[in-house]
Structures are given as C-alpha cells and as structure tokens.
Design a protein around this ligand. Structure first.
Ligand SMILES: [Fe+2]
Ligand SMILES: [Fe+2]
Length: 287
C-alpha cells in the first residue's frame, strides 16, 4: 500500500503485527507527518475494529492473570514492566485509531458542523510517537533482565473502551485520555517510588519520563473535549460525567494525583463527584 496520507499511515501501523515493528513504524510515520511528506489527513472507513497484534503474549481474562510475585523481586519487576509495555502497545494503536476513525471530522473532509483542524492531528501524532517511544524504552529495560514483550501473559481488557466508543468522538476523548490515561497519572508515582526503593533508578527515571509525557496526552484529550463541548454549547462537567458513566463505569478509583491531573487540565469538580468510596485502609490521596 502506498502511504500518502496520515490515514494511510494510521492503517499501516494498526495493521502491523509485530510489537517492536509497530512501535518503530509508528515513530517513522509521525516523522513523515511532521516533515510534511504526508501533507494531508486523508479519509478512511477501513479502520479495523481490532488492530493486528503479535502471536505472543497470549491474551487472557484479567481474572486469570498470574500473580506478580513479591514486591521488589525480579519476577514482580518483570511482570510490572511487561504489563506497562502492554498498555503502551495498546496506546500506540489507540492514538492511530482516533486519527483514522474520526478522520471524517477533519476540516479537509467535513464542510460543516464540528471539525478538527490540523492541530488535532498534530497532537495525536505526538501521542503516537510518545507511546511508541514508551513501548521501546520498556521493552529495552525488560531486555536488561533477559525478558521481552511477549514472554508473559497479558490481559485483553484494554481495547474494550476503544470498541465501545468507536461511534462517538466525545465519548472516546472522555474515556480514553481523560479517564484511562489520567489513571496512569494516579498510579505511576507509586511505581516510581517502589523502583527507587529497590535501587532501580534506571526504571524509575524511565517511568518518570512516561508520567511527564502522559500529562500532555491527558491535556490534549481535555483541550479537544472542551472544544467539542464549546461548539455544541454543552457544559463540560455534566457532559463529561454523563459520558464516563455511560461508556465506562459509574465510579472512578481514588486516590487521585491532583497536581498532575490539574496540570493536564482536569478539574477536581469534574472527577471527584464520581469517586468510588475509598476503602478504609487506603493510602491518603495525593494533594
Ligand atoms: Fe505512554
Ligand atoms: Fe498516553
């Protein structure tokens, strides 16, 4: 297939099976978008419902995932890095999926109604580049421990939100960057702390890079969600809460990383009302 547009690039990444190849290809395609080789967004109605994935890891039910092992053990570290790499691989596909699936909203293709300017695609191209970078960093770190992506099982819950929101642009933004990626901001600082505690500064630094990049992804989601709400004259808070409850769950899991969430443009008044009741022994939320 000749790759002439951003949509062609998106389909070629989504249809790449091998994980490392997908990541390298994702970065190369973003480069072509940035240097103008791919001058147009283009249009496609061939976005696959499920992207191509490697034969390994075996995807299992979240309840059948093996235990990670004792905290601080090499086994648990490998399991954590593997789980994160799996999330990043999904994130590469999610970034290209939103660009291709909602390409009909691009101002090249839609003459009226809500349209997405080039800046939207620039933002998601950056996400696609970052996620590929994250995957390759994590896989590289696993290689340091004689392990690689595919060696351990992974669970298949991650693509579900993409399928559920395939027909609704606002719901996709409300759930994927503004809930799932925001959840990453909540949990990563604890992982960084535990890596440091077990004297693994290399992994800690890598997770810090991921955390800082992820703030920009959540922010992109928030900015474009706000723009969609403004166009439709809708209240952001109520619209977001309704979409989260319709397409995700009724509640969100604390504790929240308020400083990082606020840097990403998420307001406490949006997400706190959806907070699941905190279990009694839970750590105090970061303030
Ligand atoms: Fe990432
Ligand atoms: Fe991300």
């Amino acid at each position: 297939m000749m790759i002439k547009t951003l949509c062609d690039a998106a389909l070629s990444v989504l249809n790449t099976k091998d994980a490392s190849q997908k990541a390298h290809h994702s970065r190369a395609m973003v480069e072509l978008w940035r240097d103008g080789t791919l001058a147009k967004v283009g249009l496609t109605n061939e976005t696959p419902m499920r992207p191509a994935r490697p034969d390994a890891p075996i995807l299992c039910d979240p309840r059948d995932m093996p235990k990670r092992g004792k905290a601080g053990s090499l086994k648990s570290k490998k399991a954590l890095l593997h789980a994160l790499a799996h999330i990043e691989l999904n994130a590469i596909d999610l970034a290209w999926d939103i660009m291709a699936r909602f390409s009909y909203l691009s101002d090249e293709n839609a003459s009226e109604g809500f349209t997405l300017p080039r800046e939207f695609f620039d933002d998601w191209a950056k996400v696609a580049d970052d996620e590929a970078k994250h995957f390759l960093m994590l896989n590289g770190r696993m290689n340091d421990f004689d392990c690689a992506y595919g060696d351990l099982p992974a669970h298949d819950g991650l693509w579900e939100s993409s399928i559920k929101t395939a027909d609704d642009f606002a719901a996709r933004l409300a759930v994927v960057p503004m809930v799932l990626e925001a959840r990453g901001l909540d949990v990563t600082p604890h992982m960084i702390e535990s890596m440091k505690k077990f004297d693994d500064d290399i992994s800690a630094d890598l997770l810090q890079i991921i955390h800082d990049d992820e703030i920009t992804h959540v922010r992109a989601g928030t900015v474009w969600f706000e723009s969609w709400c403004a166009y439709h004259n809708l209240d952001i808070e109520i619209t977001w809460q309704d979409l989260v409850q319709k397409y995700f769950y009724k509640t969100l899991k604390p504790p929240f990383n308020h400083p990082s969430r606020s840097e990403a443009g998420l307001l406490r008044q949006w997400y706190e009302p959806l907070m699941e009741e905190e279990p009694r022994n839970a750590k105090k939320a970061a303030t």
